[in-house]
Design a protein around this ligand. Structure first.
Ligand SMILES: Nc1ncnc2c1ncn2[C@@H]1O[C@H](COP(=O)(O)OP(=O)(O)O)[C@@H](O)[C@H]1O
Ligand SMILES: [Mg+2]
Length: 458
């Protein structure tokens, strides 16, 4: 392709140049011959050749002209009779041709036959001082020398094009090798990575493009590694969390088996209750995990939303949580600053808000409170859940939305929970194209702020 781009113009150029040469050379030749003919025509009239065509001087001149240009000269008198033909064959015959007749009407003509390659020129013969055309000199000369030159030039041009073409092909071949090589290397290195080679960066700085490309690939690799690491961590967390209750159950059951027949009914009952509790916990973890996984999948598929009044929505959740709050001696307060409605998926958003209020109750002191505030403008709706509880240490704050993260691992067993609640909440808020943040002062309380757009955009 590139080769064609290089060769085609030279072929066109060659054709144009050669034709131009032919036109120019013919024009020069015509003007040369015309002036010579004019001189001889003047002599013809001076020597009154038309009356007596035997003048040696003039005949010699005519022969010379026809020899010089490899041509034929014919002289016609006013009766259209050929009185001289340097080829002698037509001498004495009558000449009727368009050019000759035109010439008697004082028109000098020059005509180039580009098929047979000859030039035909007519020159009028008049007496000195007279306007009358008394005879016509018809000169036809061959253009073969011009054609020869043109041919030679053509061969030379062809050779030149052939050499340039070969050069272009060779250069294009090596040039493309040079350009393609670094890209080949990138492909090779990426293939290595694909085949599972332990390599976390590639670097091919040959061109700016390849450097940028290898940089992007390296970034992609480190992103993939990060995703892989987080997935592995999640799997090991899940296994650990699921194993804990099972281990407890195994220990409890084992000790019952070991004690054999004579286990007191009291102890038996107590152990069985513990086992049921551990099973409940296992179920809780599995349910939370399933919710979380469904959330991750659902985000991609888009969800159904309805416009819901947020004040009464949070009020319903609080009513449902009142028994737990009563038990923990925590007061639930709802404040609607501006009544707003927002597009939400009620099932999912209920999970999100319940988790926040539940946490507010769980990580609180008896006599404390959880305060929900609803506010909004024409575009956004904010829900703020603050409590008077134990608060979250500053170093833990960035981690609380991570799966299975819990500030106090030792106490969390009594308090309950899986460490997945806030991860679920965050997923739900993100699905609603919203944002969530947490502020806390240790020992004083925590405030979660959720902000979602009132119109859901899928
Ligand atoms: N309102 C709060 N006050 C104090 N600590 C909180 C609050 N909400 C969450 N946390 C901390 O963040 C951790 C993660 O919360 P979450 O994901 O809901 O898990 P959990 O199942 O433990 O409640 C909790 O274990 C707790 O340590
Ligand atoms: Mg929770």
């Amino acid at each position: 392709m590139i080769c064609l781009v290089g060769i085609l113009p030279s072929i066109i150029l060659r054709y144009a140049l050669l034709n131009n040469y032919e036109d120019r050379a013919v024009a020069v030749r015509i003007s040369d011959v015309q002036s010579q003919c004019q001189i001889i025509a003047n002599h013809l009239s001076t020597y009154q050749y038309l009356d007596d065509p035997n003048s040696d001087v003039v005949n010699a001149e005519l022969e010379q002209l026809s020899n010089l240009y490899d041509g034929r000269v014919i002289v016609v008198n006013s009766d259209l009779k050929i009185i001289k033909d340097t080829y002698t064959i037509s001498q004495g015959k009558t000449m009727i041709s368009e050019e000759v007749i035109k010439c008697f009407r004082k028109e000098t003509t020059a005509h180039y036959d580009d098929v047979n390659h000859f030039i035909e020129i007519t020159t009028p013969i008049s007496m000195p001082g007279s306007e009358e055309v008394e005879g016509v000199m018809l000169t036809s000369i061959s253009a073969n020398t011009i054609m020869d030159t043109k041919e030679r030039l053509g061969i030379r041009a062809f050779l030149l094009i052939a050499i340039t073409s070969i050069l272009i092909v060779v250069l294009a071949f090596f040039g493309s090798l040079f350009i393609v090589r670094p890209f080949r290397q990138i492909v090779r290195e990426m293939d290595d990575i694909k085949d599972g080679f332990e390599k976390d960066s590639i670097y091919v700085p040959d061109f700016i493009e390849t450097e940028a490309l290898s940089l992007s690939v390296t970034q992609m690799i480190s992103r993939m590694e990060a995703i892989d690491a987080s997935r592995q961590e999640f799997v090991s967390n899940v296994s650990h969390e699921l194993k804990t209750p099972i281990t407890s159950i195994k220990v409890l059951a084992d000790s019952l088996v070991q004690q054999g027949e004579d286990v007191p009914a009291e102890l038996y009952r107590e152990f069985m209750e513990d086992i049921v509790q551990e099973i409940d916990r296992e179920t809780e973890i599995i349910n939370d995990l399933l919710t979380l996984v469904k959330m991750d999948k659902g985000a991609a598929e888009g969800m159904e939303v309805t416009s819901v009044d947020m004040g009464s929505f949070v009020e319903r959740i609080m009513e449902r949580l009142t028994p737990i709050a009563k038990k923990a001696e925590v007061e639930l307060i709802l404040e609607v600053i501006h009544p707003v409605s927002a597009d939400i998926n009620e099932t999912k958003f209920t999970l999100a808000v319940s988790n926040l209020i539940e946490n507010g109750i769980k990580y609180n002191h008896p006599g404390g409170s959880v305060h929900a505030k609803i506010d909004g403008d024409y575009q956004f709706c904010t829900i703020e859940v603050s409590d008077t509880g134990m608060g979250i240490p500053e170093e833990s704050l960035p981690h609380i939305f991570e799966r299975f993260y819990r500030v106090d691992k030792s106490h969390s067993r009594e308090i309950g929970g899986t460490g997945l609640g806030l991860a679920i909440t965050r997923s739900v808020v993100l699905m609603h194209r919203g944002a969530i943040k947490a502020d806390s002062v240790e020992g004083e309380g925590t405030t979660f702020t959720v902000k979602i757009p009132r119109k859901y955009m899928s």
